[in-house]
Design a protein around this ligand. Structure first.
Ligand SMILES: C[S@@+](CC[C@H](N)C(=O)[O-])C[C@H]1O[C@@H](n2cnc3c(N)ncnc32)[C@H](O)[C@@H]1O
Length: 407
């Protein structure tokens, strides 16, 4: 089936080429399965109207596949590249619940052309939820909002005639680069509000625990946490997740700074998941830990490894514990950078403090990482003791050894 606008329904159950070859090509774009399943699970809890779930830039179709698994709605994937559209259709045909997903090859910004096929295949005339993960320029650390493809403003304008708009706005997930600057985030909010005024919006920063922000998305309408501008999520390997959000009050950026505090023996320090400062939730974190906002000392020498100086340990039942990577007491310092020469000094410092393993939580040249950890475990292998970790000091170039608190 081909529409007047050139959109083509893709029904191929068998690809003409080896799917592994295409899989390799799309791998770079694919949303990790754990993330797409998480998104589908939380969307299934939202109060969505009737209609079709649409991904107008579907890539491999992995996200839509997850929606079709968890939400009882017909789904439509639109993809500009014929090869990727074929791959989408192939993926859907292999899934057990493929009947509710259709694939259209064509321009996702042409809502009228897409809807002519969607209506004739599903009988539905409106979109209940839009998921967009726009393509970004390759090989760039930073990019302008206007470089996203499809263009968000063109896309939203076109779909505004078909998407259901409730009292909080339309249900949308805009899956964006975690590298977006605050200015770009405001540009995106302006685009959304320009097309759908008075829409509720929550930014979601997601971590899978690898010391970086894995995903950043803007959720709108029934998918937003009404009254929260920002939400941090820690997604665990088993698919469960923990969240922290603000209560609509001012985020921490204006009044919480970073300190160059020099750590002392006996200090209690916690390594915090970077989603907390990135999402502007340090103040909320402090309150949940029982402090006044602005009371904690934050050391942010490395964006990937923010540290907080605590007065007392954060217990396992606390709602912020999932965002504490590790916590421990300072037991010593290494006044040189970590290299093959200084490993022995670190190992003897560890032994003196009854530390049996040392996690390197400091920056280290990748080529040195394995050799250093191998050498450390060779020396400390026979020791019975506690785990420890090595961090960067706030007020000097020293490295600081901490003994992990017992869990
Ligand atoms: C970042 S990828 C989406 C990846 C997807 N979430 C996944 O998990 O595979 C963006 C996709 O949008 C497609 N695209 C770009 N402009 C488009 C347009 N105007 N209409 C439809 N698809 C478009 C690109 O070909 C690319 O496959």
């Amino acid at each position: 089936m081909t529409s007047e606008t050139g959109h083509k329904l893709v029904e191929s159950l068998d690809l003409g080429v080896d799917p592994r070859a295409i899989k390799k090509e799309v791998r770079r774009l694919v949303t990790p399965k754990s993330v797409s399943e998480y998104r589908a699970k939380i969307s299934s809890k939202a109060n969505l109207p009737e209609g079709v779930i649409l991904d107008p830039a579907a890539g491999s179709g992995g996200q839509l596949l997850a929606y079709s698994k968890y939400l009882d709605r017909p789904c439509a994937a639109v993809e500009l590249s014929p090869q990727r559209a074929d791959f989408c259709a192939y993926q859907f045909s292999k899934a057990s619940n493929n009947s509710s997903v259709i694939t259209i090859c064509g321009d996702g910004t042409d809502a009228q052309g897409v809807m002519s096929i969607v209506e004739s295949k599903t009988g539905q005339t409106s979109i209940c939820m839009l998921h967009v993960d726009p393509a970004r320029p390759m090989d760039t650390q930073k990019h302008a909002v206007s470089e996203m493809r499809p263009s968000l403003s063109v896309l939203l304008e076109s779909w505004s005639k078909y998407i259901h708009v409730g009292p909080d706005g339309p249900a949308m997930t805009l899956d964006l680069s975690p590298r977006l600057a605050r200015q770009q985030m405001s540009e995106i909010e302006d685009i959304v509000l320009g097309v759908f005024p008075c829409t509720s919006m929550t930014w979601e920063w997601l971590s899978r625990g690898g010391g970086r922000v894995d995903r950043l998305c803007l959720q709108t309408g029934p998918l937003a946490d009404i009254g929260s501008a920002s939400r941090s999520v820690r997604l665990w390997n088993d698919g469960s997740f923990s969240t922290l959000q603000d209560n609509g009050d001012i985020l921490d950026t204006p009044y919480l700074g970073w300190s160059n505090y020099k750590l002392c023996l006996g200090d209690l320090v916690a390594l915090i998941d970077p989603v907390i400062p990135k999402s502007g939730l340090r103040g909320v974190f402090e309150e949940c830990a029982g402090y006044a906002r602005g009371e904690l000392v934050w050391i942010g020498k490395s964006e990937r490894r923010p540290l907080a100086l605590l007065h007392e340990e954060i217990h396992s039942g606390s709602e912020i514990r999932p965002f504490v990577v590790t916590q421990g007491v300072v037991v010593g310092r290494l006044a040189s950078k970590l290299d093959l020469m200084s490993i022995d000094s670190l190992a003897s410092l560890a032994m003196k403090n009854n530390i049996a393993t040392v996690q390197l939580r400091c920056s280290l040249e990748p080529r040195l990482h394995k050799r250093t950890t191998d050498r450390l475990s060779q020396i400390l292998g026979q020791i019975h003791g506690s785990p420890g970790f090595l961090i960067e000091d706030g007020g000097s170039d020293d490295l600081v050894l901490c003994k992990e608190l017992e869990v």
